[in-house]
Design a protein around this ligand. Structure first.
Ligand SMILES: Nc1ncnc2c1ncn2[C@@H]1O[C@H](COP(=O)(O)OP(=O)(O)OP(=O)(O)O)[C@@H](O)[C@H]1O
Length: 312
């Protein structure tokens, strides 16, 4: 049985379409990253999954039932800007949250897992931003949930803190626990998740493994001196764009081209097969973040052909 099932889910805030015909099925034990720019609909999606918001359209099922209610005992959540009481101690707060679950980890164990043991008797108000995040994670983990929903859990962390956070989270999440988290960072999604969902203005524009998504958005720039005409190269499959550097002279019947393509072989193989000459060949990988920003920026609205369906 699927852990999460969204069918044609739509949410509007007045004129703003926050989720638009979203279809997602997530199975037991999957680790899924939800990516998207600010305002893409990630938090709205999480509110819907947790039963905090009822969608205007479509249906949502969590463990086969409507979200919220009694299901809360099977779900651990860490929401953005969650309010925390300031005067209570770290250990007390985790203990209180643990009591709301039918079975829970011991407070000391969960604080150890998130690296907060030394702060157990401190009041919440004196914690640093990163420590608050770890406390929120402890609160999400204490009830041994089968589904863990984390909304931008590492937003306030530097690179080292992020690495530590994910090491602890992955170590704390047992076999069969389903983890869904939001992030702005494709590299983080790649490092942590088996599957990436990309939201853009409320629409799901990609649903794929990080490797497939990277291939989809990855670009290389091939630089080559050749006698292949610009327009011929531009017409090959997988080639996005061709530029001739303005300052490059024709030397020995060859001119320099910069070719952006989704793989170097899409340039080099047809060039060799057609018998064009190649000299000074070099290949540069496009930056992953840049390529991803391009995907979310250029993919048009409804019915976009760039949508990648099906986790590979
Ligand atoms: N309570 C609300 N009232 C009106 N509009 C809202 C409300 N909550 C969200 N929105 C709008 O819905 C859209 C989706 O917002 P949402 O918070 O889900 O995006 P997000 O992907 O989580 O963004 P961020 O990365 O900034 O957290 C945005 O345009 C946002 O302005």
């Amino acid at each position: 049985m699927a852990v999460l099932e969204l069918e044609q889910v739509g949410v509007r805030y007045g004129e703003v379409v926050a989720l638009d015909q979203v279809e997602i099925v997530i199975g037991r034990g999957e680790v899924v990253a939800v990516l998207g720019a600010n305002g893409a609909g990630k938090s709205t999606l999480f509110d819907v999954l947790l039963g905090l918001l009822r969608p205007g359209d479509g249906t949502v099922r969590v463990f086969g039932r409507a979200p919220g209610g009694a299901l809360r005992s099977r779900v651990g959540a860490m929401l953005q800007n969650a309010g925390l009481p300031g005067q209570v101690s770290v250990a007390e707060l985790v203990r209180l949250v643990g009591r709301s679950y039918p079975s829970s980890l011991s407070v000391d164990e969960v604080l150890d897992r998130v690296g907060l043991s030394r702060k157990r008797d401190r009041t919440v108000e004196v914690l640093s931003g990163g420590e608050r995040q770890r406390l929120l994670l402890a609160m999400a983990l204490v009830g041994e949930p089968e589904l863990l929903v984390l909304d931008e859990p590492t937003a306030a962390m530097d690179v080292d803190a992020r690495r530590g956070f994910w090491e602890r989270t992955r170590a704390s999440v047992g076999e069969g626990v389903t983890l869904v988290f939001a992030t702005h960072d494709l590299a983080e999604a790649d490092a942590v998740a088996d599957r990436v969902l990309v939201l853009q203005r409320g629409r799901l524009i990609a649903d794929a493994s990080p490797a497939v998504l990277k291939r989809q958005v990855s670009r290389v720039m091939v630089t080559v001196s050749t006698d292949a005409p610009h327009e011929v190269v531009a017409a090959w499959d997988g080639v996005d764009r061709v530029e001739e550097p303005l300052d490059a002279a024709v030397v020995d019947g060859l001119w320099k081209l910069h070719v952006w393509a989704n793989a170097a072989e899409n340039v080099v193989v047809p060039m060799a097969q057609a018998g064009f000459r190649m000299r000074g060949l070099s290949v540069d990988e496009a930056d992953l973040e840049e390529a991803f920003a391009e995907l979310t920026a250029t993919t048009a609205g409804p019915g976009s052909p760039a949508a990648t369906q099906g986790a590979a």
